[in-house]
Every structure is written in C-alpha cells, then in structure tokens.
Design a protein around this ligand. Structure first.
Ligand code: MOS
Length: 764
C-alpha cells in the first residue's frame, strides 16, 4: 500500500542532514583521522616518464634510511600483478623489462615510521629507464605507429545505427556541421585518496575514502592471492568523490594492502594533492564532429556524430564511460535518423575514468552548441527549438528506446521559461548590451537527458541490498551497499526508512558501508543510490513493518488493515502506543525485527551491434537558462544568473536536491570556464589548487534559481529517479552558449578560459 504524498510525514519535507552536526563540528572521521597502534605510512615511487622501459630498480639506498620498514617492487606481489576494473591492462607495480605508460605509473612502494621518512625513501629509490617516444594526442594515437599497448591504440569502438542518416540528410532543409572539443577535468574532491590497511588474524580490514567498497573487495584479494572472505572493506567518511573514487581506491587499496601484508602492521596510504592529481583519473577529453539536419520548421531529421575519447594509458572504466557518451551523444531529442561512432584511444597520459556525468557533459556541450547555432540560422528561438524536438511519452530516444512513463522533459522547459521570466530576461539582456560597450551579456540555454543507473551495459552490477534492524529501544540501524560521499544518500535513505516504518526520522541511523553486512551492491555511481538502495531499504522496512502491524493487531484485537504507524506512534482509532512500546513487545515475544532485501534492475534489451534498445532503466531531464557577462577587453566571463529545472521523478529531500543542483552547477561552470589541466610531455603541471583553478565562492552567480518537476517513475522509491549527475550536465553547454551569444562568436572548445575567449573575440 503506497502512502499518498499529502499524508507523508518525512518525504518531501525539510529535514536536517543526518551527518550535518558531525561534519560542522569536525567530528567526522576521514581516513587520515584513524590511528592504529604501530601504524606505518606509505609512499609511492612514480614514473618520471610518459613512456619508458624500466631497466633497473635499486632500492638499497632507500632501505638503509632509518625508519624505513619495507620498499616493495613487483617481485613482492604474492598474487597477480594486475589491476583494472573492466580490462585487466594495468599493473599494480611496473616490472623490470616492461614499459611505464604514463607519468604517474607506480614502480615501487615504501612504508616507514613517518610520512616524511616514507617520502624521503621514495625519492631515494633509483629507477633506471630507457626513454621511449610517447603518444601524447588522439591524432598520434590513431596513426598507430607507436603502440601504447601491444593490442593497438584503439581500445574499443561503440556505435548507434538508427534509421538512415543519408536519407535523413536528403530530406533536410538545413544541415549544420562542426567540430567540438571538451578537455580534461579534475575532480578536486577536498579529501585526497586515502586507504588504511589493517592486518587481522583472519586476513585484513581496509578502511578508506571510496565510492565502491565492493570494487576494492574484488581488487585486493587478487593482488594478495587471498580469498574475498578474508578481507573486509569499511568505508570511512568520504570527503567528496564525484566519480574520482569509483575505481581509483581499488588501486590505492592494492598498494596499501601490499605494504600492510609485508610489514604485518597497519599502514596509512594518503596521497598528497600532487600525487593525487598526477596519478588519478580525470574526465575524458573528447573530440567530436557533428553533422545535423533540420527541417525549415526546426524539426530534427538526422544526426551523424563521430567522436574520439582520449582514455589515457589504461582502460580503467573507459568502456563504460564510452557507453554513456554514446547514448547521450544525440542529446535529449526525438530524432528519426541517428548514426554515432565513438572510439576510445590509448595515449601515454593519465588514465581517464568516471566523473559526474560520466562521458556525457562533453558530448552534450557539442550537441547543445549545435542546437544553439541552428536556432540562429533557422530563426527560431533556442527554447522553441528544444521544445519542438523534446522527448515525450511515446517518443523514442536516439537508441530507439520507446518512452512509456516519467518523461518530464517538456515540463522542465516550460518551468525554466517561467522561472527565468524568459521574455523579460531577453529584453533586459539586450538593454544591458545596448548600454554597455565593453561588457556584453548573453543568454545560454541547454536541455539534457540523463540515463539513470548503470543501464544495459552494466546490468550485471545493477542491484543493491539493504539490512535493516530495529533495536530493542526502537531506534533503527541500516546498512546498505552504497556509500555516502557527501551527496546526501544517508539522509535520503533515513527519510525513506522513517516514512516506510512510521518511525521518527531522528531515530534512524544509516551506517558507513561495510562489506561484511550487505552483499555486493555494485558501485555507488550513475546517480543510482536513491533508486537502488532506496528501493532496497523501503522493501526491508515494509517486511519489518508488517510484523509490527500484525503484533499490534493481535495484542489489541484490532483489524490489521486498520492499523497505521506514523511519526513514532502505532494506532487504530483511539487504540495507540509508541513505536518503542510495540518494538519492546515484539522483542519480548521473540519476534525477529531484522530484514534484508535486494532490489535489482529489470532486464533491459540492448543490441551492441546496432546500439539500439533500452539503454537505461529510466531517464531524468533538465533545462537550464543562464546569463553570462563577458568583459570584452579581457575575455573574463562570469555567470550572472542561473535558472534550472530538473525532472527528478519525485523530490524526496528538496533541501538535499537543491544542494546537489547548486553544487553540480558550480562544478559544471568550473569545467566550462576555469579548470584547465596543463601538461608538458604528458606530465601534469597544474598539480595543485594554486595552478588548477576551480571556482571559489567569489565566482558563484548571484542567484541560482532551482525548480523540480515531479513526473514520478513507477519503479522508483516514492517515484524518485536520480540527480547526482544531471545536476552538472546542463551547465557546461549553457555557459558556453551564453558566451557565444554574448560575444557573437561560437565557443567550440571548453574550458573557455579567459585566454580562449579573448582570442575568440579578437579573431578576424
Ligand atoms: Mo559516477 S561519474 O557514475 O561515479
């Protein structure tokens, strides 16, 4: 029996974030806050070449330093020297005779009594290399003259073949064609990567900052040559992740576990910011070519897209990221003819991986730039052009997925128009521009689709478990397999539990993820925690609730159908008692109030040969309108106003959602304007926040107006879909379009830094 929205006590209400107080008071325990008796500190010996053969590793000097416990090389790996979440192409430690493939590959590991000694010893490890010419660009990689891996430089290719694009272009009245480039982005989580490996009599416990404890539980036993039941992974409070702690912590944990294994002592391996930026994954640079055909009235007829992704030195998660790029490449539109080809190519640079949006912001920037440019050439307002082509119930996506429910795309457009007071906004912007000679404003629009959860390519991982127990005092303990990394999952799950059980929100506690409580629940990625863990928690709570209801009806002799639990009180008419009282009675009657449950993705039909089928379980939608201001003399851009509407299915926690959308916008704006990875010969030069520039509070627009469309999804908990990634995805495109409209020239590359914009302004 579903509770009606109007009767709900917690869902949709304003609640205090469950981890707010501990975070504000500095009481959260991040991995570097842990202390264990006899602990050691780890450090990495990183490659100083983009491509070179390891000739000799001399650890003698390092080992002689006072306080150094071990210096390890590939020879010290008891299991397989093999990492890689999807493709096993990455060594844990590069062996003698093999190649280092990027500036950041790991050659040796050190554990010492202090961090300072460990760092000193890492510097003292002598590695002799034979320098080899590296592959540093997509173009060089495609030549395939120098091979990053023996198998060849193209890791994999993905495609969509829907309808017939040649026919589509013949029927088109206007064809527009262009090239776009979206560069790297660094996650810039505040807490760097960190793992604590603690040897136990029965194996090892690993604590750490991570999104995916089960990935770690998979990776480490292979390296140590032990079974999965002798290793327990406990997530420590995690200070941001954004995709950067999806697969990477598995590598950090493998390194750290090796040190703990050999020293038999607890080891903390906490990366410095410089090591973190040099070694760990980034958003993929994507070069794309778009050819798009329209009818005179603005209807999309055909889209042909060719894109190349720079995956770096190892595959890591790239094949899955490429799948999301593929499905999102044609944008949020109803297009009868679609042809997409995406290649992922190896280079001797940092491996790219997961980052909020997961391969979609780059292609959405391209298609949304095309839509903006087309609206000018067609003489149709950019919003009307989106409206004309938007997906509805009954539409088919670019992968030919027939949409049958929860398609709030058009509503997000209508809400954004209203939120922005669009007609007046256009007037005020042109008024501003007529009065100002050296400052110009522009409106940028974007409209996006987001496939929720892992989709057809990740079905084998798309399930999640929950373990709910009611303690004797009526308080509730919940374990799930997904993780809190700052996004607010614990709060939303506590809300779902409170609403379902009828217990007060304050009585619910969601514990940090521990692999010993819940079965492998897949990764905490793809904006799937609310939907997957939410459904699992809801079901477990329903199972317990029915036991409580039947106990009450038995002892009070009332009809079970008439019994309600709400806000900590169980009642039937005037007969009532507190949640705590009925739980006490259950305990005294030996009723078991613990339940585990499992939610799994319904089967999706997908054909990888044509790229057609049910790509994702459901989709979220968003429409964004921004106003940017460009200083025409310096090229400096700032975002003045943001209006953004998101179809989330159901706003379970409106305050949390607002926080996600604000943060997502700012991170997307950073990608559009400031964040630039600079390299020399494959070495990242911008390896700290003094050189890698992220937005600060000074750069945040004066207003971010946010609106939610609630087009409920029948399989979501209370109708909810996901927001984590779609909060960022419209921003880069909207900001870039705003700049293009302010300066009257098309931004084709992001980040559109001050230098880039100034060059564009000055270009003839
Ligand atoms: Mo997320 S980028 O799917 O970790």
């Amino acid at each position: 029996m579903e509770t009606k929205t109007s009767e709900m006590t917690t869902i949709g209400k304003k609640v205090k974030r469950v981890d707010a107080i501990q975070k504000v008071k500095g009481e959260s325990k991040f991995v570097s806050d842990y202390e264990f008796k006899g602990m050691l500190y780890g450090a990495l010996v990183l490659s100083k070449h983009s491509r070179a053969r390891v000739k000799r590793i001399n650890t003698d000097k390092a080992k002689k330093i006072n306080g150094v416990k071990v210096v390890l090389t590939y020879k010290d790996i008891p299991g397989e020297n093999q990492l890689g979440e999807v493709v096993e192409d990455m060594p844990c430690l590069v062996p003698i005779g093999e190649e280092v493939r990027y500036f950041g590959d790991v050659v040796a590991l050190v554990a010492a009594e202090s961090q300072q000694i460990a760092n000193m010893a890492a510097d003292a490890v002598e590695v002799e290399y034979e320098d080899l010419p590296p592959v540093l660009s997509i173009e060089e990689s495609l030549k395939n003259e120098i091979k990053v891996h023996e198998s060849g430089n193209i890791l994999t290719s993905k495609k969509i073949r829907k309808g017939n694009v040649e026919e589509g272009f013949k029927q088109s009245d206007m064809i527009i064609e262009d090239d776009f480039f979206a560069d790297y982005q660094e996650h810039a989580y505040l807490e760097t990567q960190g793992i604590f490996a603690v040897p136990e009599p029965s194996g090892m416990t690993i604590y750490g900052s991570m999104q995916c404890p089960y990935y770690v539980q998979n990776a480490v036993p292979k390296i140590l040559g032990i079974s999965m039941n002798s290793i327990r992974i406990v997530q420590s409070d995690t200070g941001g992740a954004f995709g950067g702690k999806e697969d990477v912590p598995s590598y950090v944990a493998a390194q750290c576990a090796l040190l703990a294994y050999h020293t038999k002592r607890p080891v903390l391996l906490s990366y410095s910011r410089e090591v973190d930026i040099q070694f760990t994954s980034k958003r993929h640079p994507i070069k794309s070519h778009y050819k798009v055909g329209f009818k005179k009235d603005g209807r999309l007829v055909a889209m042909e897209i060719k894109a190349h992704m720079d995956i770096g030195a190892y595959a890591t998660l790239s094949p899955i990221v490429m799948y999301r790029s593929l499905v999102h490449a044609a944008g949020a539109y109803d297009v009868p003819n679609v042809k997409v080809d995406i290649d992922g190519v190896y280079t001797n640079k940092v491996p790219c991986g997961a980052f909020r949006g997961f391969g979609s912001p780059q292609v959405l920037f391209a298609i949304e730039s095309i839509m903006d440019e087309s609206s000018k050439q067609l003489g149709i307002d950019p919003i009307d052009l989106r409206l004309k082509n938007a997906l509805k119930v009954g539409s088919k996506t670019s992968t030919d997925h027939l949409l049958t429910e929860s398609v709030g795309a058009v509503e997000t457009i209508m809400h954004a128009i209203k939120l922005a007071d669009y007609e007046n906004l256009k007037k005020s912007v042109s008024e501003f521009n007529s009065k100002n000679r050296f400052k110009k404003r522009g409106i940028g629009v974007s409209h996006i689709i987001y496939g929720v959860a892992l989709g057809a390519a990740g079905q084998s991982l798309d399930a999640a478990g929950a373990l709910v127990q009611i303690q004797r005092d009526g308080s509730v303990s919940i374990h799930v397999g997904n993780t809190e990394m700052g996004q607010g999952m614990k709060t939303v799950l506590a809300m779902i539990a409170a609403e379902t059980l009828g217990q007060k929100f304050e009585k619910i506690s969601v514990e940090n993820t521990d692999t010993s409580y819940v079965q492998d629940s897949g990764p905490t990625v793809a904006s799937r925690a609310t939907l997957f863990s939410g459904n699992a928690v809801k079901e477990a709570c329903e199972q317990i609730k029915s036991k409580i209801l039947s106990m009450f009806s038995k002892i009070k002799d009332v009809d079970e159908e008439e019994v309600t639990i709400k806000d900590g009180v169980i009642f039937s008419g005037d007969v009532k008692m507190t949640f705590e009282e009925i739980v006490g009675i259950c305990y005294n009657s030996n009723v078991n109030l613990i339940s585990s449950s499992w939610f799994k993705s319904p089967k999706l039909n997908w054909d990888p040969k044509t790229g057609l089928g049910e790509a994702y379980l459901t989709y979220s939608y968003a429409t964004q309108i921004v106003v940017v201001e460009v200083d025409m003399l310096t090229g400096r851009t700032s975002v003045v106003d943001v209006f953004t509407s998101h179809d989330v299915g159901k706003a379970l926690n409106p305050v949390g959602l607002t926080g996600q959308v604000e943060g997502g916008f700012v991170q997307g704006m950073g990608y559009a304007l400031y964040e630039e990875i600079k390299m020399r010969d494959g070495k990242i030069l911008t390896d700290n926040f003094s050189t890698y520039i992220i937005p600060t509070i000074n750069d945040i627009p004066q207003s971010i107006k946010i609106d939610f469309v609630e087009d409920e999804f029948s399989q979501g908990p209370f109708g909810a879909k996901g927001i984590g990634e779609p909060s960022l995805m419209p921003a880069p495109a909207a900001v870039a379009n705003g700049i293009s409209n302010a300066i009257g020239k098309r931004v084709k590359s992001i980040p559109a830094t001050q230098e880039y914009v100034l060059n564009l302004i000055e270009e003839e």
